[in-house]
Design a protein around this ligand. Structure first.
Ligand SMILES: Nc1ncnc2c1ncn2[C@@H]1O[C@H](COP(=O)(O)OP(=O)(O)OP(=O)(O)O)[C@@H](O)[C@H]1O
Length: 303
């Protein structure tokens, strides 16, 4: 198997005249938590559905765990998926339903898998609850439990925390953190703080195309820029660009100095310390220093 969990090459999906996904190329290494970011209608769910093998691309090619994802049997037992609007069949108790699904996936100890998965999503008390009696959040957690059963090497989660209360959402985030390095997880969410915390890398999609992709550190500029909150004093940017490593310096907004630096040749701590020392020497008073930019701000800037 290749070192890539997922590889999309020039993948396009049309629905009649509508181009939902437009020539996307994407590589997701094994063991990463990878985020799909984008506004409503960007094409995230369509991309997910193609990765799961639920939809066939109009053109381009996909490889998931080294094989084409269609027909879906290609990935049997290797892929756990939480679709965006997971619907549970009526007339089942959830323990019974998960055990049935575990059997369908040929897991060796179906009932045990079902119990462990329900425990992970905080529903261990609900073994006998009928599917019709589940709240939206409980139904979502049941669907998530299905995706986790058997510890598949690849887990695709479309908006896993949307509609969950804060305590359960935090529990789901911890589950994803625990999978890091052991399973590959692709997760889409509109909660960008959540993705910033969880993901090793992400792609920002808009109108079916990737507008930016990279590691979280690249996306947030963590290794290449910092901001200094200025309380008082005169900033002379040309003086700052004379400092070793500093490539640009400008007032981004009143009281906020943005400094970019050459992260290949210089360590962040050295450039930051030199800059701060220079500012202090020239009588500038500083309120704080932050590295990079919040993912949310970055995404709003890009889209
Ligand atoms: N079956 C379909 N038939 C026609 N158009 C579709 C179909 N599925 C999706 N689309 C369109 O494709 C585009 C991408 O939709 P998609 O659901 O992938 O977006 P998304 O990024 O997941 O959005 P959201 O954040 O709202 O869930 C949208 O314009 C949507 O209307």
């Amino acid at each position: 198997m290749s070192e890539l969990a997922i590889e999309l090459s020039q993948v396009t999906k049309r629905f009649g005249p509508k181009v939902a996904v437009n020539a996307i190329s994407l590589s997701i290494p094994l063991g990463q938590v990878y985020g799909l970011i984008g506004p409503n209608g960007a094409g995230k769910t369509t991309t997910f559905s193609m990765m799961c093998g639920f939809l066939h691309p109009t053109s381009g090619s996909l490889r998931v765990l080294g094989v084409p994802p269609t027909p879906p049997g290609n990935l049997k037992g290797k892929l756990g998926a939480l679709p965006q609007d997971a619907l549970l069949p009526p007339g089942w108790e959830i323990g019974e339903l998960l055990t049935y699904w575990a059997r369908l996936s040929h897991l060796p100890q179906p009932e045990r898998e079902a119990r462990e998965a329900l425990e992970k999503v905080g529903l261990s008390e609900n073994w006998y609850t009928p599917t019709e009696a589940l709240s939206h959040g409980m139904a979502k957690r049941t669907a998530m439990a299905q995706a986790l059963m058997g510890k598949p090497p690849l887990v695709l989660l479309d908006e896993p925390t949307a509609g969950l209360d804060p305590r359960i959402a935090a529990q789901v985030r911890q589950l994803i953190r625990d999978m890091k390095g052991q399973q590959t997880v692709v997760v889409s969410s509109h909660n960008l703080q959540e993705l910033e915390e969880l993901c090793d890398a992400a792609a920002i999609i808009d109108k079916g195309s990737i507008v930016k992709a990279g590691t979280m550190s690249e996306l947030t500029g963590l290794g290449a820029e910092f901001r200094v909150q200025i309380a008082r004093g005169d900033i002379i940017p040309p003086e700052l660009t004379q400092l070793p490593g500093v490539t640009s310096a400008k007032m981004e907004s009143p009281g906020v100095l943005l400094v970019r630096f050459d992260s290949q040749a210089h360590k962040p701590e050295e450039v930051i310390s030199r800059t701060v020392a220079h500012l202090l020497q020239t009588g500038v008073l500083i309120l704080g220093v932050t590295r990079g930019q919040r993912l949310e701000d970055r995404v709003l800037q890009i889209l």
